[in-house]
Ligand binder design. Structure first.
Ligand SMILES: NC(=O)CC[C@H](N)C(=O)O
Length: 337
């Protein structure tokens, strides 16, 4: 009988990378002061015995770090392992446990490069497992529920935090400390409650199987950096980043992705020297940068990031530039993904 139920359940692999979901604090009152990336994947799984009712779960420790320290090489390593597992006949879904600081970047990266319609769910927590009202257990339970559900197929890389199913493309860490940290300007795709998914929307942008990018063809990512716009800003950071080898600069601009008159000449010069200039907005939610609004992008040969925040624009620019150095192609890609 037990063997029968095991056969009926989906096979889900949990790839652990660290973060607060694997964090530990000195006391149960430490919800914010703790060390991330302390608990191994087997202990994480053992901490939620109810996972066995949802799926046949096994774990792999891909890395054990706080997500602010994730490098491009780490992204490639994780992406390649996800692709290998997705190709395996006895894997139905993949869950990635991750620190929340750059979770949105990893989720978007995987959304762009994984050629599979099997569910890939990225999950984290805001409180370590040692804290009162820790959120990791339920977030992980929900992630495995969504990853083992056939309905989740073909919807792009997903993020399950705070009972919501979010699109890995749209979602962003918008609040810290609070468990309702992850928000999307376009709203969640669904909810997951008591292990059951309830869907309301589908993503309109290209992803996974419909993407022109494939992790198996990517061996390195170009250097793309971000510089911030603010009052009294100078062009120092932009010039320094380019001098240090950036192939593209994401302008984390004010408002509509506007650029200070003190910075414009340097960006025009850098573009002439081959560096791609991509205008985005650092407004907290719902940035929306349009071509030739605030700056003459056609004349300057710059690109706009549209609704992508600066850190997501960096991910797309890196992936796109593994294939093209043409600014018009780059802009097409920014409209489509
Ligand atoms: N809530 C978190 O996961 C943050 C912990 C850590 N800074 C990380 O991103 O890994």
């Amino acid at each position: 009988k037990e063997a029968e139920t095991q056969q009926k359940l989906a096979n889900v692999v949990i790839l652990a990378t660290g973060g607060t979901i694997a964090g530990a604090g000195a006391s149960a009152a430490n919800s914010a002061t703790y060390q991330a990336a302390k608990v191994g994947v087997d202990k994480l799984i053992a901490g939620v015995p109810e996972l066995a009712e949802l799926a046949n779960v096994r774990g792999e420790q891909v890395m054990q770090i706080a997500s602010e320290s994730i490098s491009n090489d780490d992204l490639l390593k994780l992406g390649k392992r996800v692709a290998e597992l997705a190709e395996s006949k006895d894997v139905d879904g993949i869950v990635i446990t991750h620190g929340t600081d750059t979770l949105e970047e990893t989720a978007y990266f995987l959304n762009l490069v994984e050629k599979t319609d099997k569910p890939i769910v990225v999950v984290g927590s805001m409180r370590p497992g040692t804290a009162m009202s820790a959120d990791g257990m339920l977030n992980l339970y929900n992630a495995v529920a969504v990853a083992s559900d056939k309905q989740s197929r073909g919807k792009g890389v997903l993020v399950t935090m705070n009972d919501e199913i979010q699109s890995g493309r749209d979602v962003s860490k918008s609040v810290n400390i609070k468990t309702e940290a992850f928000k999307s300007a376009w709203g969640p795709m669904g909810m997951v409650v008591e292990g059951k998914s309830y869907w309301f929307r589908l993503p309109a942008k290209r992803h996974t199987v419909n993407s022109e990018f494939d992790i198996k063809q990517i061996s390195s990512l170009p250097q793309v950096d971000i510089a911030y716009g603010y009052g009294n800003v100078t062009d120092t950071a932009y010039k320094a980043l380019a001098q240090n080898g950036a192939k593209a600069l994401i302008h984390a601009g004010t408002g509509n992705g506007s650029v200070s008159s003190r910075v414009v000449p340097a960006l025009q010069e850098l573009r002439k020297n081959g560096v791609q200039i991509i205008r985005s907005s650092h407004v907290n939610q719902g940035g929306f940068v349009l071509r030739n609004a605030e700056q003459p992008d056609d004349k300057n040969d710059w690109v706009v990031a549209h609704d992508l925040n600066p850190q997501k624009a960096r991910i797309l620019a890196m992936v796109a530039m593994t294939k093209t150095q043409d600014s018009k192609e780059l802009q097409r890609i920014f409209w489509e993904y």
